[in-house]
Design a binder for this molecule. Structure first.
Ligand code: NAI
Length: 686
């Protein structure tokens, strides 16, 4: 191979075909050096008369998994990926993209800009730029629709959907899918083109039903919350159907330039890097994880069922245990019906579902625990019950097995103390539905061993989650911040806002759902039970809003009883106006506190809710519950519906004037009254 020193591009001649290999570990990101090397390689192909065609292939495990996002904050230096593709287009000889692993973002645009495409099965292709607040700007919005039509392009680009090579082949995006010998077949395909070039840009968008395009547009707008990147992507995709292809390309670039430094894009890039940081263990505990092949799940309820599915999807063997035959049958059925549903929806092939289910053993025989590498307990949220279960686990588990609890609030050390091996115990806090939600809080007890934590983090990644390390404190990271936020929202009810005003203000900010709609969905009784359990320890001088308790006492437990903060009548959309009974409860609560009710603007509601989260985040940093401030943003965005494009409370705090923010927090403290602890926002700086 010809190697230019330090270049991630290698070239080699296979007879009359130039093979251009991209070797930029770990994921072959399309960095400046890659782009420059590609332009040079295309120049070699053009210049040498003994060469008839070229093939671009990725070294290692993948083609090109995307652009180098670190470069997004710097001024663009020639050549951009669009300019690389322009060079391929201008080259008089055909170039074939040979893909395996991932061809995403700029990597897929590169492939779309080649004269032909070939891939091995399972290769994933897609244009996820919109999820970073930008749009594909190397012709992706112009070439993709010319192949798959406007409607499908909107779906793929606006949601960042990835499809497999097989699906891409059916859609005409890939010319050939070959089982093996990718490079050999790519070279043959390049030769078979007999020197003819072609560009997707030269073909017209296929004829489509206007109604289908409009429907795809509406659904993309809904799913993408009408964020600027989605609006731009739709407009750009529509340009592909226009008469002037070069104007479409120019407009795409202009959209990109507008979006690149927009608030959304900056926040989404921040989230992207924060997620990558969050999954890393701090150096002190960064050790080899213990191997995991078999997972036991104790308790097949809502969470246990979801955790089992998540593990089966990751190819683990799962042992499901329950307290009695009836609960066991229910738990196993929960898992089975999930897969039946996936097959019925066409999301999973029947044989894949069967293969996953074959990994499940549902049993009442605790002796099987001896086979488990990791055991996750998801029984009722009650310390005595959990300690009892852990004593039994301790009796049956093999030495070295990792013992985890999915508790939401309980003390990991108190649970670990029920065993003779607290160093093997940690918290693995999944979110509901556990097979869908990405967040996993990995909770470190006082005595948890480093390799047990490392195993928890590695297991989280294997289950395709975002594991975040947390200290063992009430509510860990997420529920601590969420409780502070919810409490602040309850104060605002007492001061004069109605539930729908609070919900609407926070939904307008970007939360998937306002706090009172969330409470109705989850059920108010969970919080009610906890409040009752904590009543004895509560300092009577603390400001305590009892609206939720009053609702529960009247049997208003949320959606499941058709009434909570709102009425949820059968057949009617969820209520968004509080009824007279709720308003009466709220007004009496204000009167008891001696508060004259006043109107709160949406802006005040949003700011106070954010300030409450920011303050709690600062406290979490002071207490060492979070190891990095940005971890808190990852938790909020992945587990609690905080809009990713707003970055998170820590990101928000960093954008504010420090002195004004600290002054606002002081004022917030005054409104909270006795017991308020003021955090130091300087702990939230990078
Ligand atoms: P659930 O009530 O749906 O399921 C609990 C299951 O545990 C039941 O099927 C029950 O039969 C079984 N069980 C009880 N005692 C047992 C024992 N001694 N041995 C074996 N099985 C036993 O409860 P859910 O919602 O799944 O919660 C489980 C745990 O997960 C709790 O600690 C909860 O706080 C936590 N969690 C719940 C979340 C949620 O949104 N539901 C979210 C995150 C954590």
């Amino acid at each position: 191979m010809d190697v230019t020193i330090n270049s991630p591009i290698r070239t080699e001649c296979r007879g009359d075909v130039l093979v251009v290999e991209i070797d930029n570990p770990p994921v072959n990101a399309g960095s400046w050096a890659v782009r420059k090397g590609l332009v040079d390689a295309v120049a070699i192909l053009e210049a040498r008369s003994d060469l008839l065609a070229g093939v671009i292939v990725g070294a290692g495990s993948t083609f090109v998994s995307g652009s180098d996002i670190r470069e997004f904050n710097q001024p663009l230096t020639w050549p951009s990926m669009a300019q690389v593709i322009e060079a391929i287009r201008a080259c008089s000889k055909p170039v074939v993209a040979a893909m395996h692993g991932f061809a995403l973002g700029g990597g897929f645009e590169l492939a779309l800009g080649c004269d032909a495409r070939i891939a091995v099965p399972g290769t994933q292709v897609g244009l996820p730029e919109v999820t970073l607040g930008i749009l594909p700007a190397a012709g992706g919005t112009q070439r993709l629709p010319r192949c798959v039509g406007l409607a499908r392009a909107m779906r793929m680009i606006c949601t960042g959907e990835r499809i497999t090579a097989e699906q891409a082949g059916e859609a005409g995006l890939i010319d050939r899918v070959v089982e093996a010998d990718l490079l050999h077949h790519a070279v043959e395909l390049a030769r078979a083109m007999r020197g003819k070039t072609r560009d997707l840009l030269d073909q017209p968008v296929p004829a489509e039903d206007d109604g289908a395009v409009a429907a795809a547009e509406q659904s993309a707008l809904r799913a993408g919350k009408r964020r600027p990147a989605v609006l731009a992507a739709i407009a750009s995709i529509r340009n592909a159907a226009g008469p002037d292809k070069l104007a479409g390309m120019t407009a795409e670039r202009a959209f990109f330039d507008q979006l690149q430094q927009s608030g959304d894009a900056v926040a989404l890039r921040y989230q992207f890097f924060a997620e990558r940081e969050a999954v890393k263990l701090p150096p002190a505990v960064s050790v080899e994880p213990r191997p995991v092949r078999t997972m036991a799940v104790i308790g097949g309820g809502t969470m246990g069922g979801g955790i089992a599915i998540s593990a089966l999807d990751a190819g683990l063997e799962v042992l499901l245990l329950e307290q009695d035959a009836e609960a066991l049958a229910r738990g196993a059925e929960r898992v089975r019906s999930h897969y039946q549903g996936r097959v019925a929806e066409g999301k999973v092939q029947e044989r894949d579902a069967a293969a996953r289910l074959a990994g499940l053993t549902a049993t009442l025989d605790w002796n099987v625990l001896a086979r488990a590498d990791v055991i996750i307990e998801a029984v009722f949220e009650d310390l005595a019950v959990k300690q009892d279960v852990f004593r039994t686990i301790d009796a049956f588990a093999r030495p070295g097995a990792v013992l985890a609890t999915n508790t939401s609030y309980l003390d990991i050390d108190a649970i670990g103390a029920a065993t003779r091996r607290p160093h093997d115990v940690l918290g693995l806090h999944f979110f509901s539905p556990a097979n869908v939600m990405k967040l996993l809080e990995v909770v470190r007890g006082d005595r948890t061993a480093a390799d047990v934590l490392a195993t928890g983090m590695a297991l989280g990644r294997r289950l395709r989650k975002t594991p975040v390390l947390c200290g063992n404190a009430f509510g860990f990271i997420g529920n601590r911040v969420f409780n502070a936020y919810r409490k602040q929202c309850e104060y605002m009810l007492e001061e004069g806002a109605w539930p729908e005003e609070v919900d609407q203000a926070l939904e307008a900010f970007g939360f998937a759902m306002g706090p009172f709609s969330v409470a109705d969905l989850a059920g108010l009784d969970i919080a009610w039970r906890m409040r009752k359990a904590q009543a004895a320890q509560r300092d009577p001088r603390e400001r305590y809003v009892d609206i939720l308790d009053q609702l529960c006492e009247r049997g208003r437990l949320g959606r499941k009883t058709r009434a909570g903060y709102y009425l949820h009548e059968a057949g009617k959309p969820a209520g968004k106006t509080s009824d007279a009974e709720v308003r009466g409860i709220i007004e009496r609560a204000s009167a008891r506190r001696g508060l004259k009710r006043r109107a709160l603007s949406a802006e005040e509601i949003q700011r106070r809710a954010l300030l409450a989260m920011v303050n709690e985040a600062a406290l979490l940093m002071r207490e060492g519950v979070a190891s990095r401030a940005s971890d808190i943003d990852v938790v909020l965005a992945q587990g609690y519906g905080f809009p990713r494009w707003a970055g998170g409370p820590v990101f928000w705090a960093r954008q504010q004037d420090r002195a004004a923010l600290q002054a606002d927090l002081l004022r917030l403290g005054e409104s909270c009254g006795y017991g308020f602890e003021l955090g130091d926002v300087s702990s939230l700086e990078t």
